[in-house]
Write a protein that binds this ligand. Structure first.
Ligand code: ZN
Length: 339
């Protein structure tokens, strides 16, 4: 099979032969005007469960991943899973998965009964265990007035995981929780609602990414009026308003800002890309945040000779018209045509 078109982000005409699950440059450079991405990427999705505390279901996992695939999402990072089976080989017909093991929740933090519950002193060793497949996910804070995971504990956790070759994603929404995640040297801040902008240069310098998950908060903001806790309402509303200038300021400061949906149904990363554009990211950066930039950040190659044969083709340039992301013309995963 031969795939040709204009590759993004380089905008160069390319032509590849599919060789197993790899792309091989074919030498010809004809273009029929299709625009090619190495698939979309959702860096914050939890396939396998729908509600906090649900038991993991492999059937649900497959359904979620196939929903991603049908939308052209060929790479997913799962920052926290209820999957107790950590040595299962990935299904070859499903999108590539970056796994983080189970959510790591210390007392008073996270949904009751959800995640792996541990004491603060156990966090570094538990994080190393969960990071066996690359990532681990730490619940760094929870409700607005509760203390976050202390900085010394979080720092020891990040250091231990890095020493073992893993990476750390930290859930943080309070200003203090975000600050501790940055000072501890986390690899990504998940949500980061009340992140203080003075921390952005440090994030950029040390390579801490920001995943604002607008899609998830768009739902919270719809539901928040029903809540009776005025302090919580004010905190959520304030965080929502703050998240837009934060995403833009982060991008401008050189922080890697990425698209993660953290919501259901799966397969909606194009909507998260739209939120990033609303926040003020240039369109090309927003599309990259949900495609090539995220893929590269996860250690996967783009559309290059020898790279994986993961390609989604569009009729129009998505950096000119991001709405075209909702209408993939062709989807190829691991060298197999799926649409
Ligand atoms: Zn999440």
């Amino acid at each position: 099979m031969r795939i040709w078109g204009i590759a993004l982000p380089s905008r160069t005409p390319v032509s590849f032969d599919v060789d197993g699950d790899r792309l091989r440059a074919s030498g010809s450079s004809t273009s029929d005007g299709l625009w090619l991405l190495p698939g979309l990427t959702d860096v914050h999705s939890h396939p396998g469960t729908e509600m906090p505390g649900d038991e993991y279901s492999h059937e649900v996992f497959r359904r979620h991943m196939l929903t991603h695939r049908a939308a052209g999402v060929l790479t997913v990072r799962s920052p926290g899973s209820a999957d107790p089976v950590r040595d299962r080989a990935d299904d070859v017909d499903l999108p590539r998965l970056a796994r983080s093991g189970q959510w790591l929740a210390t007392p008073g933090r996270f949904f009751p009964g959800a995640g792996r519950r541990i004491e603060e002193a156990e966090l570094p060793s538990a994080a190393v265990e969960e990071a066996a497949f690359g990532w681990c996910k730490v619940i760094g804070d929870w409700m607005p007035d509760d203390p976050p995971v202390p900085l010394d504990v979080l720092t020891a956790t990040v250091d231990a995981v890095h020493a073992a070759g893993g990476r750390v994603a930290v859930h943080c929404q309070t200003a203090e929780g975000c600050r501790n995640a940055v000072l501890a040297g986390a690899d990504s801040l998940e949500h980061g609602m009340h992140l203080d902008h003075s921390l952005l240069p440090r994030m950029a310098a040390q390579g801490t990414a920001l995943v604002p998950t607008f899609s998830a908060f768009a739902k919270s903001i719809e539901n928040i009026e029903k809540a009776t806790d005025e302090r919580l309402k004010e905190w959520i509303r304030g965080g929502w308003e703050h998240a837009f200038p934060t995403a833009r300021a982060a991008f401008e400061a050189g922080v890697t800002v990425l698209a993660g949906t953290d919501t259901y149904p799966c397969g909606q990363v194009a909507a998260e890309i739209s939120w990033l554009i609303k926040a003020g990211l240039p369109v090309e950066a927003a599309v990259g945040a949900g495609s090539w930039t995220a893929r590269e950040w996860l250690g996967l190659p783009g559309l290059v000779d020898g790279g994986f044969a993961d390609v989604v083709a569009y009729d129009e340039d998505p950096t000119e018209n991001p709405e075209v992301l909702l209408r993939p013309k062709q989807i190829v995963l691991r060298g197999e045509v799926v649409v």
